[in-house]
Design a protein around this ligand. Structure first.
Ligand SMILES: Nc1ncnc2c1ncn2[C@@H]1O[C@H](COP(=O)(O)OP(=O)(O)O[C@H]2O[C@H](CO)[C@@H](O)[C@H](O)[C@H]2O)[C@@H](O)[C@H]1O
Length: 516
């Protein structure tokens, strides 16, 4: 993160300015010294810029960078083909030995152009294959996923233990979602005292595996009880992370509460309630990168800002052309989403008629479940020129859709945090969303977007009708857009609770306040 980004912490800036000698740049006072900086290892299965299937990749790439002024944060990921062939050199800096059926492998180091250091688990037989991180191009999970991700977690443990030969040993390990859930568990079984944090980005993906795999993955018998990894007769890699991490977080305060209930707990509500009662489960809202700035975003057809919508209109015209929609100025709705049950695409298909009947248009970008992709294709056939879709994903089109649309549809059945609604608000596209999880925590109903209470077509349609009414009222639309754009979602703010959590687990307090 740049030094300038530290300017956004007002209290510290004021104090620092007051006390800094005139010849010094005050912001330098705000940065941690090398001694203050803690070494933190992020363990993740996706990283935007290298390999991405959804929001986990965005957070894995943005949070370490945002914390970079304060800590020495490095990332560990599997050496998928996309990583090995990313174009940046990968130097072999260490190696780890075989354990149970986990093969030995090398540890590579990849220095990103902006300085982020990434360690790569180099293991061609497990990771270098065509397809996506979790499966082939048809969406079929790789059968050896338990081994692939256990390998990642054991490599993280070797790095934490100082036995991977890389001459950098973390003070704290932060693992994300089920593919990395074994990391805190392996660390515990190894007897390491290095604190660990485990973040749940989506409780529905649990990495449940057959109990018979225990030995091959080097899981001791003590790990297989109901208070540990056992989950309805299987072993859950996600539950391993929840059971053994020193602190479990999820990505919004509302979702942290929701997952302790049967409706959202995916069978783990009892276990999570116990963690919550013990103070071991907290919700920390995600942030977004500073690059989400419509005045300077290089992906956009034309820049724009609050009260200056001609650039937004140029992006809308481009979206209409790109999605084969009729020319016009009616309300333009967008969907930028993984096409999966969670995201409520079926509900959007059901309200499309209301949108079209009121002169609106709909552009859909995403890929996912083949059956939902087909339903989207049928919708386009039903409403030519009014509904358009691209089955696929690319960052430029996504950003242009946020910039060009008036409203973003996000009727998710559940949403741990959601990033798209934050991106949309920054780009003056008002989200229409189900009041759940992070959507409830990041959208101000009637002010920065529209929330509806039930994940039903009727409830959703009511919110769409409210949005259509606002579109008729230029003054109100302008005011809502301006408010939405001013939401303070940036990681420069969102890292604060993470930093406090790390400091608490590391048993120290930041020294910054003592120096200003
Ligand atoms: N088909 C596709 N392929 C690739 N990328 C696509 C895509 N469709 C959308 N994207 C992009 O992926 C990101 C979506 O992130 P979200 O947080 O909204 O949802 P996701 O469910 O993936 O993430 C989960 O993890 C994040 C991070 O914690 C939580 O915010 C969220 O609630 C939780 O479900 C955006 O950058 C979006 O542009």
């Amino acid at each position: 993160m740049s030094i300038a980004a530290a300017d956004t912490r007002p209290v510290r800036l004021i104090n620092a300015q007051r006390l800094a000698p005139p010849t010094e740049r005050p912001v330098l006072q705000l940065r941690s010294t090398q001694d203050d900086k803690k070494k933190i290892l992020f363990v993740t299965s996706e990283l935007t810029g290298l390999v991405k299937t959804g929001g986990l990749a965005d957070v894995s790439a943005a949070l370490p960078r945002a914390l970079g002024d304060r800590h020495d944060v490095r990332v560990l990921i599997p050496g998928y083909t996309q990583v090995m062939q990313c174009g940046e050199p990968i130097r072999i800096v260490g190696s780890v030995i075989s354990q149970a059926e986990l093969p030995p492998c090398k540890i590579g180091r990849l220095d990103m152009p902006d300085g982020l250091i990434i360690y790569v688990v180099v293991c061609p037989e497990l990771y270098e294959r065509d397809g996506l991180p979790y499966g082939d191009e048809h969406g079929q999970d790789w059968p050896d996923n338990p081994l692939r991700f256990a390998r990642l977690c054991m490599a993280a443990t070797d790095i934490a233990d100082g036995t991977a030969g890389i001459r950098w040993t973390p003070d704290l390990v932060h693992a994300h979602d089920w593919p990395t859930g074994l990391t805190p568990a392996y660390m515990h079984w190894r007897g390491l005292t290095t604190p660990s944090v485990f973040t749940i980005h989506n409780l529905a993906y649990q990495g449940n595996i057959d109990m018979s795999l225990r030995r091959s993955l080097a899981i001791p018998l003590e790990g297989c009880g109901p208070e540990r990894m056992e989950f309805y007769g299987a072993l859950s890699l996600l539950k391993a992370g929840i059971a053994y991490a020193n602190q479990v977080t999820t990505v919004s305060a509302t979702y942290a509460k929701e997952i302790t209930t049967p409706e959202f707990g995916c069978g783990m509500e009892g276990f999570l309630s116990m963690k919550a009662r013990q103070g071991l489960l907290t919700g920390l809202l995600n942030g977004i990168e500073e690059s989400w700035e419509p005045r300077s975003c290089s992906h956009l057809v034309s820049p724009f800002g609050p009260n200056d919508w001609s650039g937004k209109q140029a992006n809308a015209a481009h979206v209409r052309e790109l999605f084969a929609l009729d020319e016009g100025n009616g309300p333009l709705f967008s969907v930028v989403s993984r096409l999966v049950h969670q995201k409520g695409i079926d509900l959007t298909i059901a309200v499309a008629e209301t949108i079209v009947a009121n002169g609106g248009q709909l552009a859909i970008l995403g890929r996912g479940d083949p059956h939902i992709e087909d339903e989207v294709r049928h919708l386009v056939e039903r409403f030519p020129g009014r509904v358009g879709a691209h089955i696929g994903f690319n960052e430029t089109d996504a950003r242009r859709l946020f910039a060009g649309s008036d409203f973003l549809l996000m009727p998710s059945r559940y949403e741990p945090c959601g990033l798209s609604q934050m991106y949309a608000q920054r780009f003056a596209s008002l989200p229409i969303a189900h009041r759940t999880g992070g959507l409830a925590d990041s959208i101000d109903d009637g002010v920065t977007g529209f929330l509806f209470s039930e994940a039903t077509v009727d409830s959703y349609r009511g919110a769409v009708e409210r949005a259509l009414a606002v579109h008729q009222n230029a003054q109100l639309l302008n005011a809502m857009r301006c408010r939405a754009m001013s939401g303070g979602f940036f990681w420069s703010h969102a890292i604060e609770p993470y930093d406090r959590l790390y400091q608490r687990l590391l048993g120290g307090r930041r020294e910054v306040s003592a120096t200003i």
